[in-house]
Design a protein around this ligand. Structure first.
Ligand code: U5P
Length: 234
């Protein structure tokens, strides 16, 4: 494998022989609360690699441009090299997590419209929430790029909600990241997995995502396996 270009909390990025492709390696490490809580979840890297593979393939079959090229092994994907737009785009279909807490709303409360939030990707600042004019003002993206990102995000939300509904899962909220390829095209990047989404069982409302780790609910690996197992039925 080539030189490691970057190491994040849950993934490592390696160079390849081609300068426009990189390898993503999925680790078992888990962090929460901006690194304040650390642990490992056995086989999480394998599960998130496979879950992301299936979801990025589904999204690209439905017209979403993504960085995903192919899966190389249980923990490795080949992806297009992009320059990451330093924003985390969060979609909320139901109130939960930080928004429920910040606004004093009970988790699970329906929302009158889908909520999009953007946060600046900066660990040292704890990924602060910003608005569109902050993002443009500090040079993180242009208004045109934000328009395209929101249009893609809206379509991704519709596709993912429909997908998970078929396997008895409510997509409560999730986080996306986007990057630009060498030609300036905006591509969906990073991962979509139980690390980056809240998944609740439609009937029991059981949490099947990283909140089991964040909140010490136990059976974290089992929840990720449950998501993978149901996805295999599609
Ligand atoms: N999220 C991430 N990474 C972050 C912050 C949030 O993937 O650094 C995801 C959570 O998994 C959740 C959604 O699905 O974004 C909203 O998180 P929160 O703002 O309620 O914590």
């Amino acid at each position: 494998m080539g030189k490691m270009l970057y190491e994040g909390k849950a993934k490592q990025i390696f160079e390849t022989e081609k300068d426009d492709e990189v390898i993503v390696y999925y680790k078992d490490d888990a962090t929460a609360f901006n690194g304040g809580k650390k642990g490992t979840i056995e086989d999480k890297g394998v599960l998130n690699n496979r879950i992301t593979e299936a979801l990025f393939t589904y999204l690209s079959e439905n017209g979403i441009k993504t960085h995903y090229i192919k899966t190389l092994s249980d923990r490795e994907q080949l992806v297009k090299k992009v320059s990451i737009i330093p924003l985390e785009v969060i979609v909320r279909n139901l109130a939960a997590g930080s928004m429920a807490k910040r606004l004093g709303i009970k988790e699970g409360t329906p929302l009158k419209t889908t909520i999009f939030e953007i946060c600046l990707k900066d660990d040292s600042l704890g990924d602060p929430m910003i608005n569109d004019t902050h993002a443009v003002g500090i040079g993180a993206a242009t208004f045109e790029e934000l328009r395209e990102i929101y249009a893609m995000t809206d379509k991704i939300n519709d596709l993912l909600k429909a997908y998970f509904d078929k396997i008895g899962i409510i997509l409560v909220d999730f986080k996306l990241e986007f990057g630009k390829d060498k030609d300036g095209n905006i591509l969906l990047a990073d991962e979509i997995s139980p690390d980056t989404c809240r998944f609740w069982d439609k009937v029991t409302l059981e949490k099947l995502d990283k909140d089991r780790f964040r909140r010490d609910l136990g059976n974290v690996k089992g929840a990720y396996e449950e998501i993978m197992g149901r996805m295999k039925k599609i």
